[in-house]
Design a protein around this ligand. Structure first.
Ligand code: MG
Length: 186
């Protein structure tokens, strides 16, 4: 069976007075993550892992931070585009594993909610999503949240997958169609 592996990494600095969104889930905390979009470090790492698995670039090449359309954007939009890209390349997600490194808040109490949300976004069962977190012992990165993600993809020879992804993008996008990125497959 034809398979692909992808790896993604991201980091965002903590910032007071903004909502903390990780894995598409709003978490109560004194600080959120600075960024042009909603700063969802976990979804950004997963998005890069998906794009990397089919070698079509990275999140910045699809959604440049200089573009005002993505200011405060829901990072699920980026993830959905990455899913569309892997479908265009003829693949689907088998599983994803992630590790976050952050001093606070504790992720363990929220891990199930994050797993459910990420599984829903990726359209895979919950037992195909790993959510792990560590504290930044000795690295001096208490001011930032870091995420690593690896994904495994398998080839599909069925156009229905792309149709399903497109349908989900239509239903799920918070942006009007005229504002969605238009990206041609490689
Ligand atoms: Mg990012």
């Amino acid at each position: 069976m034809k398979m692909r592996i992808g790896y993604g990494y991201d980091s965002h600095e903590f910032k007071p007075g903004v909502p903390l969104v990780i894995g598409g889930v709003r978490l109560e905390h004194t600080h959120g993550l600075a960024g042009h979009s909603d700063g969802d470090v976990l979804l950004h790492a997963i998005t890069d892992a998906l794009l990397g698995a089919v070698a079509v670039g990275d999140i910045g090449s699809f959604f440049p931070p200089s573009d005002p359309r993505w200011k405060g954007a829901d990072s699920a939009i980026f993830l959905r585009e990455a899913l569309r890209q892997i479908a265009l390349a003829g693949f689907r997600v088998v599983n994803v594993d992630t590790t976050m490194i952050l001093a606070a808040p504790k992720i363990v109490p929220h891990a199930e909610k994050l797993r459910a949300r990420v599984a829903d976004l990726l359209q895979v069962p919950k037992n195909c999503v790993g959510i792990k977190a560590k504290t930044p012992e000795g690295t001096g990165t208490d001011h930032a949240a870091i995420a690593h993600a690896v994904v495994l993809l398998e080839a599909v020879d069925d156009d229905s997958l792309l149709e399903a992804v497109e349908a989900e993008a239509e239903v799920g996008s918070s942006l009007p169609a005229s504002l969605r990125p238009k990206v041609e497959p490689n």
